[in-house]
Design a protein around this ligand. Structure first.
Ligand code: MLT
Length: 410
């Protein structure tokens, strides 16, 4: 008899972005003449820049040559890439991270989910609310949550930390002390972030309570203001309590190419039930080496080129392009009378839906009346109700058109 993992039966509907894609496909089927503009899922639209593309091409050629062909690479990633990560993403910011603390992978989404493999089932998990759905769903799959409560829209045994306009999108320490805390900064979906001082308090809290911070820094390249940490390790003591997830998806347009990395510091310790200390880095290394065979060589060469002088210059232009879209959305919506958050240190705009509407009602109205797709706030958690997310990752032309349509919406 085949027994299933019944935790999966606790999950709600389908994955948020699949639900939206299905709704949009249905609308398009019934309205083939309408031009739908998608500002829903945070997927990039700018092509891969030339410096990166060249490096990828060259690497592909190498694979076709007897002398330079490569088979399996190191599961943790080639040193040429990990050295660049250490140098550019950390050393340059005054942060000391060593090569064997870096694990290259095919995506921060996978890593954020997979990290749960090495953590005990009894850990109490805290997420911000609203939240990137992967953190919650993967814990539900593993069995760290109880049942879903239809009334509250929350899972039992999960700590929800509201981040709304009422607390300026700054999560407060929960009543019950968690063992695992997910922080995504700059934040998806609210587009807001924390200052260094605010993040320091969380590191201090985690150290005091021997809790683990799972820090998702996928949107780091979009930080434009001073005093916003680009890595949690800029904060003293963070290496004892935090794992950091980074991605090439949003800074270099790799959503379809797939490359990311996770930093698991050697100072970070977990505990057995009997209180023995265990290196989390060793556990992750064991897991990674067993379940993963490394990112392909051409993709890692492409990722390495992100750090070249031309690569840096060219990706910066794309980031500026997207942040200009963010400005167009933000200012356009403000002119139209909306209350708007985010969009300064992140490519997401988080807006308040008009009074008396739910975020799914606003989603339907936007799709039907002006053929624009966004993401309903409640899809990210109950505290997202009344909010709506638009992404700045569209083309400039589509972004301008979408905002004009929203401005003229009745
Ligand atoms: C989002 O739209 O929230 C993101 O694109 C999803 C992701 O990065 O996996």
């Amino acid at each position: 008899m085949i027994n299933i993992n019944e935790n999966f039966l606790n999950l709600q509907d389908s994955y948020l972005f699949s639900t939206i894609a299905k709704k949009v496909a249905e609308f398009q089927k019934n309205n083939p003449d309408k031009k739908v503009i998608k500002l829903g899922i945070g997927d990039v639209t700018r092509p891969i820049v030339p410096a990166i593309l060249d490096a990828m091409h060259k690497a592909v050629e190498e694979l076709g040559n007897q002398d330079t062909f490569r088979g399996y690479g190191p599961e943790q990633g080639y040193e040429f890439l990990r050295e660049k990560i250490v140098e550019f993403d950390y050393k340059k910011r005054g942060v000391n991270v060593s090569i064997d603390e870096i694990f290259v992978s095919d995506g921060a989404k996978c890593d954020c989910g997979n990290i749960g493999d090495i953590l005990g089932i009894d850990n109490v998990v805290a997420i911000t609310d609203p939240v990137y759905p992967v953190y919650l769903d993967t814990n539900v799959m593993m069995g760290r949550s109880g049942k879903y409560n239809e009334e509250t829209g929350m899972f039992e045994n999960i700590i929800y930390m509201p981040v709304t306009s009422e607390n300026n999108f700054v999560p407060e320490f929960p009543e019950k002390v968690p063992d695992i805390i997910y922080l995504c900064l700059p934040n998806n979906p609210t587009g807001t972030t924390l200052t260094k001082e605010q993040l320091e308090k969380w590191v201090e809290y985690a150290r005091k309570n021997k809790a683990l911070i799972l820090f998702d820094g996928a949107y780091e390249a979009y930080i434009s203001e001073e005093n916003i940490p680009h890595s949690i390790y800029e904060i003293e003591g963070a290496k004892e309590v935090a794992i950091e997830f980074k991605s090439f998806s949003k800074n270099a347009g790799f959503t379809g190419v797939r490359c990311a990395y996770t930093v698991v510091p050697k100072e970070l310790k977990g505990y057995t039930k009997s209180g023995e200390e265990v290196s989390i880095n060793s556990l992750w290394n064991r897991r990674h080496g067993t379940k993963f065979n490394g990112v392909s060589y051409p993709v890692q060469k492409a990722a390495e080129a992100v750090y070249s002088a031309d690569g840096q210059k060219q990706i910066k232009e794309n980031i500026e392009y997207y942040m200009n879209n963010a400005k167009i959305i933000k200012e356009g919506l403000q002119e139209a009378g909306f209350t708007v958050y985010g969009g300064v240190n992140a490519p997401y705009i988080w807006l308040k839906v008009p009074d008396g509407m739910t975020s799914w009602e606003f989603f339907d109205k936007l799709l039907k009346d002006v053929n624009v797709v966004g993401t309903p706030g409640v899809g990210f958690g109950p505290s997202g109700e009344g909010y709506f997310r638009l992404t700045a990752f569209g083309t400039k032309e589509n972004t301008i058109e979408a905002i004009n349509r929203i401005k003229n919406m009745k």
